[in-house]
Ligand binder design. Structure first.
Ligand code: AMP
Length: 302
C-alpha cells in the first residue's frame, strides 16, 4: 500500500468524500482523515467476490470493527466497470438506513480500491437459505418487511436497486437484514425511466426481459420473486435454459408446489407482486399493510 502521505498527494480515483465526510460513524469520525491500510488491523477473510476479497478488520485507534473490501483496479479497468463502481459507491455512501449496509468510506493505492464497510456478522442470506432449504413464514415475512422498508427508503431517495436476490443480502449479528450490493442500482433524476437490462436472470421483471423502459416497480417484482424463493427454496420461474426462464417470466407462469405447505395469504402476496403490468403491482406501502406481513413479521427483528 502507498503511504498516507502519498495518498494525500494523489488525486483519489473516485472523489474526495472520504476525506471530507463528517457524517460517518466512529470508524470515520475523525472527519477530515484520509484513510490508509495502516489504520486497520486486518483479520480473517470473510469472502471472495468477482473483483476482490473482503476481510474482517479493526480500526486501530477506535477498535471499531469493519469489513474491508479490497478491489483490484486492474480488474475494474479490464471489465470497463469503473463508472459502475463509482456509481455504486456514491449511492451506497449516501444511504443511511438500518437495513442498508453502511459504506463508511474508501481509500486507494496504485493497485487497489478499499471500501470500508459495516461488518455483517451473519453473512449472506443465501447461505442460510441453502442450508435450511426454505424459511418459515415468520422468518420470510420478517425479511420481506425489512427489505420493503429499505426499498421504500431507497425509492424516496430516487434509487432503484434492480438486483434484489439472496446473494446480495447480508445479516448482522442480530439476524437483521442488510442490502449489501448496489452494483446495478441507479439514481433517477426525475420521473424518468431506465432502459438497461440488468440484474439476475431469475429475478428479472418482464419489462426488463422485453428491454422496455422500467422504473421503481422492478424492485416490487423482485420482492415477489424473493418471497417465493424464501418460502419454497427455489425461484418461481426457474427453467433449464435462459430462453425458457424468460418465456416463463413473460407469461408469468406462476405455480405453487404442494410442498412445503405455504399459507394462502403468502401466495396472495406473491401473486399480487408478480403481475406483468408494473402499474398494477402492490406498492411498497401495500406490502407492509398486507395481512401476511402484518401477522407474520417479527417487528422487533425488522
Ligand atoms: P462481494 O465481493 O461483495 O460479493 O463479497 C464477497 C463475500 O464476502 C460475500 O459473499 C460475503 O460472504 C462476504 N462479505 C462481503 N461484505 C461483507 C460484510 N460487510 N460483512 C461480512 N461479510 C461480507
Amino acid at each position: 500500500m502507498t503511504s498516507q502521505t502519498q495518498i494525500q498527494n494523489q488525486k483519489p480515483p473516485i472523489n474526495h468524500r472520504e476525506a471530507n465526510s463528517t457524517t460517518t460513524t466512529s470508524a470515520t469520525s475523525t472527519g477530515r482523515k484520509q484513510w490508509s491500510i495502516h489504520d486497520f488491523e486486518i483479520g480473517k477473510p470473510l469472502g471472495k467476490g468477482k473483483f476482490g476479497r473482503v476481510y474482517l478488520a479493526r480500526e486501530v485507534k477506535s477498535k471499531f470493527i469493519v469489513a474491508l473490501k479490497i478491489i483490484f483496479k486492474e480488474q475494474i479497468e479490464k471489465h470497463g466497470l469503473y463508472n459502475q463502481l463509482r456509481r455504486e459507491m456514491e449511492i451506497q455512501f449516501n444511504l443511511q438506513h438500518p437495513n442498508v449496509l453502511r459504506l463508511y468510506g474508501w481509500f486507494h493505492d496504485d493497485q487497489r480500491i478499499v471500501l470500508i464497510l459495516e461488518y455483517a456478522h451473519g453473512g449472506e442470506l443465501y447461505r442460510h437459505l441453502r442450508k435450511s432449504g426454505s424459511f418459515s413464514e415468520k422468518q420470510a415475512a420478517t425479511y420481506i418487511a425489512s427489505l420493503t422498508q429499505a426499498l421504500a427508503y431507497c425509492h424516496e431517495k430516487h434509487v432503484i436497486h434492480r438486483d434484489i436476490k439472496p446473494e446480495n443480502l447480508l445479516l448482522d449479528h442480530e439476524g437483521r437484514l442488510k442490502i449489501a450490493d448496489f452494483g446495478w442500482s441507479v439514481q433517477l433524476k426525475s420521473e424518468s425511466k431506465r432502459m438497461t437490462m440488468c440484474g439476475t436472470l431469475d429475478y428479472l421483471a418482464p419489462e426488463m426481459v422485453e428491454e422496455k423502459a422500467h422504473d421503481y416497480a422492478v424492485d416490487n417484482w423482485t420482492l415477489g420473486v424473493l418471497c417465493y424463493e424464501l418460502l419454497y427454496g427455489v425461484p418461481p420461474f426457474e427453467a433449464e435454459s435462459q430462453k425458457d426462464t424468460f418465456r416463463r417470466i413473460m407469461k408469468v407462469d406462476l405455480s405453487f408446489p404442494s410442498c412445503p405447505i405455504v399459507s394462502p395469504e403468502a401466495k396472495d402476496l406473491i401473486s399480487r407482486l408478480l403481475v406483468k403490468d408494473s402499474t398494477k403491482r402492490l406498492s411498497l406501502k401495500e406490502i407492509l399493510e398486507h395481512p401476511w406481513v402484518v401477522q407474520n413479521a417479527e417487528w422487533s427483528q425488522v
